[in-house]
Design a protein around this ligand. Structure first.
Ligand SMILES: [Zn+2]
Length: 443
């Protein structure tokens, strides 16, 4: 039912259509989203949730990172001494929270937050090695041999460990966060770190280069396209395409294929079914859509359209959740959708929103938004409480003995993902193409 508040929100967005244009790219999605900064949300459903994300979730996530993840950067930078703490890919959480904080800064002035974010960026920049490499687990391990960790983190011995190092996964979140920060503040302090890192990646990975294998956990493809959008440097787009095209092929690689769990069993343009780790899959399909939008290569779209039919027809919960098994946080076989053991990781459901939004931007078709809406309202928002400080990692559909959200997790990819997703949510509400306005989300 359309409420008066819905109409008010819509009116605000239409008023802002003139500025709903992405930066000076020659090629992009045919449908253009109205930027989240041009949508004023004042309703009684989203407004409290967006306020909680700004006032509670982002500060909460930063605070939870203060004992371990942020000191890892300071230690790698030599600003303080001590061992690496946490899980080897934890750097990515800090990047995601900065991305969320940047969206908040894009919406309104907040000197305290701006200053705090700059202080974290200073540590990140300090942790970056001379040639652009940035991965605190390894830098600390080599810098302070006296703090021998309980285990040797992947990547600690040599750079670019595979298939579990997640160095390239971290990189994707670094780029996304740096672009968001630059667009919000106009400051280059974080963007320059990302560019230096991406240049190292471009010089290291490629045909006839030292490393010839695709990321074990997709995400860098999305980040590289964002970096391309903001810098106009095509090598970042080419690198994203290179990583995608290398998957599922044995030729031209110095490391064997990882297999189906990593969506590395078949060339991406030949894949027709969703397999394996659901977050990796969702990010990969989103990256394929992005590269297709920027290059016009429709073979990616043909593949992700087939995969979309497979997911929506056989592997999607009624809640819009995806990835039904805890084993490998993965897609199960078709029609295996248990309620009580449903996994439906919050990150996978966010990835499903990203993917479906991109499918809509390609086609303008509402069926993608139906899936987006179902996931957003049911299996993304279920991942966080109304107060904004407790989280679900799996989102089960049946909990006979009850299930409580947690304040944090050892692996906290889901809270940090929510912290970056929610502030930008208004960007999914409206879109434009020529003289058409799309009103995508009903309140
Ligand atoms: Zn997660």
């Amino acid at each position: 039912m359309t409420s008066l508040k819905t109409l008010c929100v819509a009116a605000t967005a239409v008023f802002c259509l003139a500025s709903a244009v992405w930066a000076d790219q020659k090629s992009d999605y045919p449908v253009t989203p109205v930027k989240f900064t041009d949508v004023r949300v004042s309703d009684c459903f989203w407004r409290p949730r967006l306020d909680a994300a700004r006032d509670v979730t982002i500060p909460d996530c930063f605070q939870k990172c203060e004992p371990t993840r942020i000191p890892n950067f300071a230690r790698a930078a030599g600003m303080e001494q001590g061992p690496f703490k946490g899980i080897y890919y934890d750097d990515s959480d800090v990047y995601k929270i900065i991305e969320g904080a940047s969206y908040v800064l894009a919406l309104e002035k907040n000197e305290k937050l701006d200053k705090y974010v700059d202080s974290v960026i200073e540590k990140i920049a300090g942790a970056q090695e001379e040639d652009g490499y940035l991965y605190t687990a390894r830098t600390i391990y080599l810098k302070y041999p006296q703090y021998k960790p309980l285990y040797t983190p992947p990547g600690a011995g040599e750079r670019w460990s595979k298939p579990v190092g997640n160095e390239l996964y971290n990189a994707g979140h670094l780029y996304e966060a740096a672009v968001a920060h630059y667009l919000a503040t106009g400051k280059r302090n974080f963007l320059d770190v990302a560019i230096k890192h991406a240049d190292l990646i471009c010089n290291t990975f490629g045909i006839d280069k030292k490393q010839n294998w695709p990321p074990e956990h997709q995400e860098i493809e999305i980040g590289l396209v964002k970096l391309y959008r903001v810098t106009g440097d095509k090598k970042y787009l080419d690198q994203a395409k290179y990583f995608l095209d290398l998957r599922g092929r044995s030729e031209g690689r110095t490391f064997p294929m990882y297999g189906r769990h990593y969506q590395d069993h078949q060339p991406v343009v030949e894949q027709t079914e969703a397999f394996g780790h659901a977050v990796r899959a969702g990010y990969m399909y989103s990256g394929m859509a992005d590269v297709a939008a920027m290059t016009g290569d429709e073979s990616y779209v043909k593949a992700i359209n087939a995969i979309w039919n497979n997911v929506v027809g056989t592997k999607l919960y009624v809640t819009g959740g995806v990835g039904s098994t805890r084993r490998g946080e993965a897609f199960e076989d078709s029609y295996i959708l248990p309620n009580d053991t449903a996994y439906c990781e919050t990150c996978a459901n966010i990835a499903n929103v990203y993917w479906n939004h991109r499918m809509f931007l390609w086609t303008g078709e509402s069926k993608y938004l139906d899936v987006l809406e179902r996931s957003l309202y049911n299996s993304v928002l279920s991942g966080i409480n109304l107060a904004g400080d407790h989280y679900f990692y799996p989102n089960v559909l049946d909990a006979p003995n009850g299930r409580e959200r947690s304040a944090w997790f050892g692996c906290s990819c889901c809270p940090s993902n929510l912290s970056r997703f929610l502030p930008s949510m208004p960007g999914y509400m409206y879109a434009v193409k020529d003289d058409c306005v799309y009103i995508n989300l009903a309140l």
